[in-house]
Every structure is written in structure tokens, then in C-alpha cells.
Design a binder for this molecule. Structure first.
Ligand SMILES: *Cc1c(COP(=O)(O)O)cnc(C)c1O
Length: 428
């Protein structure tokens, strides 16, 4: 496969952009090789600068759930652009999108639009702190909540409950307010909360983790978090930036029937435009400025082009519940095909799936948290990723990312995805 133009662009990019990319995972550091530069995309396929086609299993990390270049969404965007790309003042579509989101997501009574998932989570914990008058936040190892300082904390060995920054630039002061527990470990959560009595403002969790590969909550885990929060005056925040509008039109909270106090949204909500949002209980959201004392603002928040794109996508999803059945069917076909291939090769790799979120883990262990996810053979994943890339299948460039299925992936694409996996195992 000729990727000369991508290589040339990457060489140029490295001179002027840190690492040649505007978001680290795109640099393929975890899998080796150079990133591909894309020129256009349509339906299930992305086309690179040299004209190669790839079946897209990233879909812009989720937003393109209806596939690329969806006509309805494009038309909504064109119309908004002609009206002016930005007002910096209120406009109708903000109201309509807010109404639609509160209708779709069970726990959201009021919502504030921002420009990314990171902004949504940062704002949500500021709000939780302002509302509860407490400083600490508990997060789970392996859960990603964007690049806000409070979230860039990993467990140091033997320091499970006391965060240490895992990026230079995050101060010790910020780190000490972030508490950690392993995903799916309620006992540890109870312990950490008890030893920080009346200091924890919020527990933030991806209700289905997608950023250590797809890891499902064990039965009772989300319900347990809810009851711990209720007992201790802690706010429960579901970070549904990935799961929102993906697992169902009401997100993971609808699927699992657990109501968080606050929810953060991103990715699908903007249909490819930079959009995030946070919302939840009215009494909490009324703490946000200008109604309340917790300051949060944005020059381009509620941007008319972004709102039009988001409204077009969300209203389509809301009106077409069959989309979710279709997505799950496609995902199950891929999983069944993979499982057959694994069986034939007498391999026991783990696959986790829910709705249209799916991961293949190169490990025999059941994956329920970050520790078990880390048992994967990441070198093998790298080889597998590059083999797919060479054969026109574009997977997320990390073992620890979920694949994102779109409605445009049909039978031909599913067959190609499965046969590429089989070919990979045959040649390795
Ligand atoms: C992608 C993601 C974020 C960050 O969103 P950005 O738009 O990249 O800032 C936060 N939380 C979760 C769960 C995500 O998947």
C-alpha cells in the first residue's frame, strides 16, 4: 500500500506541530508506524491522501455513529453556516438542543453546552465542588475523563488512594484532591470514602469504561456507587462522553437504570463538530453562573453550526430507536466471527461487548478493570493493528480503546473485518 503522501505530510507536521499531531493517540506511538493523513470520508470508509480506502472502526472516536458525510447532518451544517458561523449571543438551536437532550437523557433536567468532553468534565467537577462545598473527587483507574489536571492522576504503587500526577505540570496540590479506586471495586470505594469522610464532592465514572478497552460494570457496581453517594452526600457523575447516545438514546444510565446527579456528554452530541455538555439535577445546575455562583463560560459555546449538527444527529437517533438494534447486530456479527476464528486457532483472547462498543483483548484473563486490562500483549496488538491498516481496516491505534461501530458498516465490511483477522492469525 502506497502511503507516501501521508509520510511526507507527517515529516512536515513534525517540524511545526508537537509530535506532528494535535492529539497524542493519533501519532500511533502505542502501535508503531506513522500516522495516516486523511483527505475525505464517506459512509463506512475513510480515504487517505494517497487514495487508499479504509473501513473505519474509529468513526472520529464515536461522533460519526451514522457514518461519514451523512447527508442530513451536512445539510443542517450548510444551512447554519450560511446563517453565520457564530453569533456569540443566544440562538434558537441552543434551546431546541437543550430541550431534546433533557428529553433523551433520563437524569438531565438542565444542561450547559461547552466545546469538548474535557471542558464538560472539568466544569462538572467544579460544579460538584461548589455545590457540596467539598474538595475531593474520586475517579477510577483506567477511566479517562479528558485532560483536565484533576483527571491526569494514576495510582502510584502502594499509593492507591492518594493520587500522584502522571503528567508534568499537574501540581501536587491538584493531585492530592483526586482519589482513586479500581473499577468494579465497591469495597475499595467504601474504604476511600470512609477515610475521606465529608471531603468527597463527587465520584466520577464512565458507566461503561471505554478508555481501557471496553470494560463493563459488574452487576450492582453502578447501583452500589449510587447508594454510597446517597449515604455520604456525594454527587455521582456519569461521564457519558463516550456512552451517551451510543448505548441507547438515553445513554448508559438508561440501559442500567441508574440515575447520576450530573452527566457529561461529548463526541456523538456534536456529530463531528466540537461540542460537549454537562447537565443534571435542576437544583445543582442552577448553581452554574449566571444563575448561581459557580463560574463557567465559553466564547463559542452553543455555536450555531455545532448546535445544528448536534440537533440533526440527536433528533435522528431519538426518532429512530431501531438504529441501536442495527448497531448491536453488526457488533455481534463481528464478535461472533472473531470468536469462531479464535476457536479455530485454539486461542482464548477475551472479548468485551455491549451495544456497539466492543474490544478484543490479547489476554486470556477476564477484563474487569485496569489491572486485568494491562495483562494484554500490547506488542501483539500493535502487529494486529498494522496488519489491519495494511489491509484497509482502520482500528483504534491502542489496545486500550474501544472500537466504534457506525450504522454504515454492513455485511461486506463485517466479512472483510473478520477475514482480515483470520488472515492475520494465519500469517503470524
Ligand atoms: C473522549 C472522552 C473525554 C474527553 O473528551 P474530549 O472531547 O476529547 O475532550 C472525556 N471522557 C470520556 C469518557 C471520553 O471518552
Amino acid at each position: 500500500m502506497n502511503i507516501a503522501t501521508s509520510k511526507e505530510l507527517f515529516e512536515r507536521a513534525k517540524d511545526y506541530i508537537p509530535g506532528g499531531v494535535n492529539s497524542p493517540v493519533r501519532a500511533f506511538k502505542a502501535v508503531g508506524g506513522d500516522p495516516i493523513f486523511f483527505a475525505k470520508a464517506e459512509g463506512a470508509y475513510m480515504y487517505d491522501e494517497d487514495g487508499n480506502a479504509y473501513i473505519d472502526l474509529i468513526n472520529s472516536w464515536g461522533p460519526m455513529i451514522l457514518g461519514h458525510a451523512n447527508r442530513g447532518i451536512e445539510e443542517a451544517i450548510f444551512k447554519a453556516v450560511i446563517g453565520s458561523p457564530s453569533f456569540g449571543a443566544p440562538s434558537r438551536m441552543e434551546v431546541e438542543l437543550a430541550e431534546l437532550i433533557t428529553e433523551m437523557v433520563p437524569s438531565i433536567e438542565k444542561v450547559r453546552m461547552v466545546n469538548s468532553g474535557t471542558e464538560a468534565t472539568m466544569s462538572a467537577i467544579r460544579l460538584a465542588r461548589g455545590f457540596t462545598k467539598r474538595d475531593k473527587v474520586l475517579k477510577f483507574e483506567g477511566c479517562y475523563h479528558g485532560h483536565g489536571d484533576s483527571f491526569l492522576i494514576a495510582a502510584g504503587s502502594g499509593a492507591m488512594t492518594m493520587g500522584t500526577p502522571n503528567s508534568p505540570g499537574v501540581t501536587e496540590g491538584t493531585a492530592k484532591d483526586t482519589l482513586l479506586a479500581p473499577f468494579n471495586d465497591l469495597e475499595k470505594v467504601r474504604e476511600v470514602v470512609a477515610s475521606n469522610k465529608d471531603q468527597v464532592a463527587a465520584i466520577i465514572v464512565e458507566p461503561v469504561a471505554g478508555n481501557m478497552g471496553c470494560v463493563l460494570p459488574e452487576p450492582g457496581f453502578l447501583e452500589g456507587l449510587r447508594s454510597i453517594c446517597d449515604g455520604e452526600g456525594i454527587l455521582l457523575i456519569f461521564d457519558e462522553v463516550m456512552t451517551g447516545f451510543r448505548l441507547s438514546s438515553g445513554g448508559a444510565q438508561e440501559v442500567f437504570g441508574v440515575r447520576p446527579d450530573l452527566t457529561t456528554l461529548g463526541k456523538i452530541i456534536g456529530a463531528g463538530m466540537p461540542v460537549g455538555a454537562y447537565g443534571g439535577r435542576k437544583d445543582i445546575m442552577d448553581f452554574v453562573s449566571p444563575q448561581g455562583p459557580v463560574y463557567q463560560a465559553g466564547t463559542l459555546s452553543g455555536n450555531p453550526v455545532a448546535m445544528a449538527a448536534g440537533y440533526a444527529q440527536l433528533s435522528y437517533l431519538n426518532d429512530h430507536p431501531e438504529v441501536y438494534e442495527k448497531l448491536e447486530k453488526t457488533t455481534l456479527k463481528i464478535m461472533d466471527g472473531y470468536k469462531k476464528v479464535l476457536k479455530k486457532h485454539k486461542l482464548n483472547y477475551t472479548m468485551n461487548q455491549i451495544g456497539s462498543m466492543i474490544s478484543l483483548f490479547f489476554t486470556d484473563q477476564k477484563v474487569i478493570d485496569f489491572e486485568t486490562a494491562k495483562t494484554c500483549d500490547t506488542d501483539l496488538f500493535g502487529k494486529y493493528f498494522r496488519y489491519n491498516l495494511d489491509n484497509g481496516v482502520y482500528l483504534p491505534p491502542s489496545q486500550f480503546e474501544t472500537w466504534f461501530i457506525s450504522t454504515c458498516i454492513g455485511g461486506d465490511e463485517v466479512n472483510k473485518i473478520i477475514s482480515t483477522f483470520e488472515d492475520f492469525l494465519n500469517q503470524s
